[in-house]
Design a protein. Sequence first.
Length: 277
Amino acid sequence: MSSISFFRPANISEACELLAKPNHLAVAGGTDLIVKLRNGLFPNAAALVDISALPFKAIRKESDRLIIGSGCTMSNVIASPEVKEYFPALVKAASTVGATQIRNAATLGGNVANASPAGDTIPALFSLEAEVLIVGQTGKRKVAIDEFFTGPGRSVLKAGELIEGFALPLRKTAGEFFKLGERRAHAISKINLALSVFNDGQKRYRIAIGSAAPTVLRCKGAEELLEKAGEINEAIIEKAAEFACETAKPISDVRSSKSYRKQMAGVLLKRALKAII
């Protein structure tokens, strides 16, 4: 890491210009990136571009959306009255990211930009149908969260672009988030699941599973079953859990086996549904 240059741009334009250069990496909280650098996962890294001073830290209502800046830390998300009122699944997911010191540094934008299938806030953002707000040298664009990721560690973010924030439809939801890891905090998820429920004239269910495929998955079979069921009873919950098991397409690795992850996808959905109904 000693040969890596360090820049702290004064504005968004300067940051995008720097990030357009080969092997220039954005860093905010640094809780994931610095570990990867130390482990040699970015051998060609030429420079770190510190974006922590950029104006991406606000949480604000904007028409029918809540905008959460990418520079908001997990602690900011957890403490936000608006996020707590409207998006409990995101609060619960952010609360499981590391210990307090990590949550005080780790940013929502960094967790998403890292593009890990195990990222804890990502299933919550899927369940809330968030949009990723992107800014770059050629202007701004927005991408639905379920179209943002292209594989493990990969996304549609281009050189010279930054995640500016996230736009969430401003509607009250009930929500749950559960993860399995060696410990509740610190641990990378073996599998995680977010459930958000809202009413737009009909009760809607949005379910997303992480650590179950190269990218986070929506469990649309279970969503449709629950929306058509009317009354949610034990039989419906069991059937929804079967859909979750079928949806999960995990691998076996050092953290867990494929079969265990598939089974636990159903278990976590049952826990989430029983916690809400």
